[in-house]
Design a binder for this molecule. Structure first.
Ligand code: ADP
Length: 173
C-alpha cells in the first residue's frame, strides 16, 4: 500500500479518518487545548470510556471509540512536558508517535491524524517536535500498512514549520 503523508491545517475534530490522536494528560479525563476540543466534539460517552482506562503513562497511548466524531477511533497519548530538553523529552515524544502507530497497526487502521503533541501548554519547541513527528511518520510510511498519515497544524505559524520540516526531510506532502 502506498502511504501518503498529508498536512491539513485546521481543527482535527472535523477530520474523517480512522483515528485522530489526542494530546491528552496522564488522567485521560479531559483538559484544555485539543483534548478539550475532542471531548467536546465526541460527547460525554468519551469521558465515560476514558474513566475505565485508569490513566496513561507519559509516552504511552490508549485507544477509545470516536463517538460523535467523524473519526471512528481516538488514540489518546500523553506527551512530555518540556523542561530543558535533557529530561528524556525527545525519547518520550518519539515514543508517543511510535505507540500511536503501533495501535493503528494493531487495529488495522488505514488513516490517522496527529495534532502537534506537547506543543501547546506542554511547551515543547515546535520545530524540534515536528522533526520527530515527521521522521517517525517517514519510517512508518515505508512499512506500507497505512494509506494516510495526516498532520494537523492549528495555526499559520505551525503550518509553516510542518512545511519546512517536510522539505528538509524531502517528503512529498
Ligand atoms: P499539550 O498539552 O500536549 O501541549 P495542547 O492541546 O495544549 O496539548 O496543544 C497541542 C497542540 O494542539 C497545539 O499546537 C495546539 O495549537 C493544537 N490544537 C489545539 N486545538 C486543536 C484542534 N482543535 N485541532 C488541532 N490542533 C489543535
Amino acid at each position: 500500500m502506498d502511504t501518503r503523508i498529508e498536512i491539513i491545517p485546521g481543527d482535527i475534530t472535523t477530520l474523517d479518518v480512522d483515528a485522530i490522536v489526542n494530546a491528552a494528560n496522564n488522567s485521560l479525563l479531559g483538559g484544555g487545548g485539543v483534548d478539550g476540543a475532542i471531548h467536546w466534539a465526541a460527547g460525554p460517552e468519551l469521558l465515560a470510556e476514558c474513566r475505565g482506562l485508569h490513566g496513561c503513562e507519559t509516552g504511552d497511548a490508549k485507544l477509545t471509540k470516536g463517538y460523535r466524531l467523524p473519526a471512528r477511533y481516538i488514540i489518546h497519548t500523553v506527551g512530555p512536558v518540556w523542561h530543558d530538553g535533557v529530561r528524556g523529552e525527545s525519547e518520550l515524544l518519539r515514543s508517543c508517535y511510535l505507540n500511536c502507530f503501533h495501535l493503528a497497526r494493531l487495529h488495522d487502521l488505514k488513516s490517522i491524524a496527529f495534532p502537534a503533541i506537547s506543543c501547546g501548554v506542554y511547551g515543547y519547541p515546535l520545530l524540534k517536535a515536528v522533526r520527530i513527528a515527521l521522521s517517525v511518520a517517514r519510517d512508518e510510511a515505508a512499512r506500507h500498512y497505512l494509506q494516510r498519515i495526516v498532520f494537523v497544524p492549528f495555526n499559520a505559524e505551525a503550518l509553516k514549520v510542518y512545511k519546512e520540516v517536510a522539505a528538509e526531510l524531502e517528503l512529498t506532502v
